[in-house]
Write a protein that binds this ligand. Structure first.
Ligand code: HEM
Ligand code: HEM
Length: 179
């Protein structure tokens, strides 16, 4: 289990693999949105969808892991509003890791497309389901923007603790034992 002095390898691994995958998928998604339609674009969307479904599986496990472990304990006391803001941002980030792929699946399935993970079909095409496509589109677009804002706040807070407060929060998320 995570302790105040050290986070487990699982916590550290899950944080960084999901962080990388989410930042990459946000960038990839925004790039796709601006790309004109073509067979190449279709193939790239297939890769985006495949990675997104894999993220969903890991993200669900991560949420189970976080519920079992609780959030990491704070190393340096901060103002009450900062504590609340950090918890809110962490909850938005965790929710986004699940809601982004689910809304993507809604958008695809609602639009009459199948969902496959690198060629292995997980949801066959059903024909268009308008409300599902519209809801997925709305949540995927809005969710992406909320995630980008939350990540910017989160990284700014992490860098502040690291470079200005100079506590060991960042080192602990890199797997080190701290005092
Ligand atoms: C380069 C980017 C990032 C840096 C430098 C970073 C840094 C950190 C650090 C230092 C902590 C520990 C906070 C503490 O102990 O109180 C943390 C926790 C956390 N981070 Fe990040 N992070 C990054 C990206 C992300 C992304 C993209 C996500 C979500 C998709 C994310 C989600 C979380 C969550 C939910 C926590 C709470 C602890 C946990 O559930 O593991 N982080 N992050
Ligand atoms: C963590 C996972 C994911 C992230 C962070 C993500 C992010 C994004 C972003 C930011 C966009 C641009 C949307 C806009 O600005 O309106 C996008 C587009 C899209 N995403 Fe995702 N996505 C994820 C997973 C998925 C999944 C699992 C699917 C489907 C199974 C999917 C399907 C799509 C589709 C079809 C587009 C539109 C591409 C286009 O036609 O231009 N996404 N994604």
């Amino acid at each position: 289990m995570d302790s105040r002095a050290q986070l487990t390898k699982t916590t550290v691994f899950l944080h960084w693999i999901i962080a990388l995958a989410i930042i990459g998928s946000l960038g990839f998604g925004l790039y796709l949105e601006d790309l004109p339609g073509s067979p190449d674009k279709g193939a790239l969307i297939g890769i985006h969808k495949s990675i997104g479904v894999l993220i969903l599986v890991v993200a669900l496990y991560r949420i189970y892991w976080r519920i079992r472990n609780g959030f990491p304990q704070r190393l340096t006391p901060v103002a009450d509003w900062q504590e609340k803001a950090a918890t809110l941002v962490h909850l938005i980030l965790l929710a986004g890791t699940v809601l982004m792929p689910i809304s993507g699946i809604f958008m695809s399935v609602g639009g009459g497309h199948s969902v496959a993970v690198f060629g292995l079909e997980v949801i066959p095409a059903q024909g268009e389901i308008e409300w599902m496509g519209d809801l997925g589109h709305l949540l995927h677009g809005l969710g992406g923007k909320i995630m980008i804002a939350a990540i910017l706040l989160h990284v700014a807070a992490a860098v502040k603790l690291w470079l200005f407060t100079k506590d060991s929060t960042m080192q602990r998320m890199l797997g080190r034992k701290v005092s």
